[in-house]
Ligand binder design. Sequence first.
Ligand code: A3P
Ligand code: MG
Ligand code: MG
Length: 380
Amino acid sequence: PHNHQHHQSGWTSGQGTPSSQSLSTRRELYERDFPVYKQPVEVGCFSLDSERRFFNDGRQMRYYVEPDRNPHFDLRDGYRDRFIKRDDSVKEKLDHILRWVIANRSKLKSKVPSASSSALDVDFVTWRGHLTKLLTTPYETREGWMLAVTRFGGTLYISEVETESARRERENRTERHEEMMYWGYKFEQYTCADTVHALPDPGGVVNTNEAFCTVVQTRLADHRLLFSGEVDCREKDPEAPPPPACYVELKTSAEICTPKQRSNLHRFKLLKWWAQSFLPGVPRVVAGFRDHEGVVVSVETFHISKISHLIKNEYNCWKPTVCMNFCCEFLSFVKRIATEDSHRVVYLFSWEPYKDVTYSVHRDSQYSFLPQWYIEEITR
Ligand code: A3P
Ligand code: MG
Ligand code: MG
């Protein structure tokens, strides 16, 4: 049984008197039993092509081809002459997910006969990446976030707003950083084929407009979630389990030469890798370890279900239960604050490291993000 005497709420005010207007992110407040997180179910998928056009199908799916344990993949190859980079100054907000919802709303329609036509039978619609940021918040010391929330037809839509400091960093990346961001995509090209029977083509063009996205439904405690996330590839074995259990997440990371470096991987990188893949139920991450020249020298598989055991040997390490309990409390906080049901209203939740989550309310502002076409389609 839960020990209610020791269960402190994260809802606080600056003075320590409970006013419920902000949410604490202190780790100690979220160390309790793991909340109910239902096995995520894939309810659909969509693809974005080389020009970022939406398709309600899996045409951009790729197939994982197991590389040599000690390959010599040159991740710098093609950066100058075979790279088409997505324009990340274009903010797509929830648009692609909303397109998917419009094309698949029969799958989501409320079973309550009296419910309005716009009722979706979920509490939250968002990107997996936004939830990843929530999961890692109690351990994040560098980057804050802003999340815009609109309640519409009873559903809460969550869409990220770029912070001032994130915009500054994006506009002032060094040439080295720009190139290193390419390395992750180049690793995908070395390990993924376009069809079940094909092989990877390291001589092709890397185009980061292309994406295959899964759409999953699940529940965190009493929060019914619908979210989408980009998936790198799937196992090609026809005997492989159905999605999302056949999906594989690909990562690159600096080569590990010392116990200290291994410890840092566990303490910092595995937190992000775990959060990103645990949410949609992707069972494994394949990591390519590269040297300073961008050559992958070894490949290792990390099973998501084993990561919590791996990190238990680290002193003062992150805990999955803290991540999930914080996310759950944040969603409860949002439900309690974002009460007015209107596409014109945005509740803007903001967080900076070492501070509490706060919010502000905006009507007909620059923050509104539900497009007119969505409002019209869904209320038809
Ligand atoms: P790596 O993570 O292997 O470096 P993802 O792993 O989520 O599929 O993303 C693919 C690649 O996109 C990453 O590969 C990285 O190169 C780039 N990328 C993703 N998120 C990023 C971020 N927040 N900042 C910089 N690069 C990012
Ligand atoms: Mg990816
Ligand atoms: Mg990846």
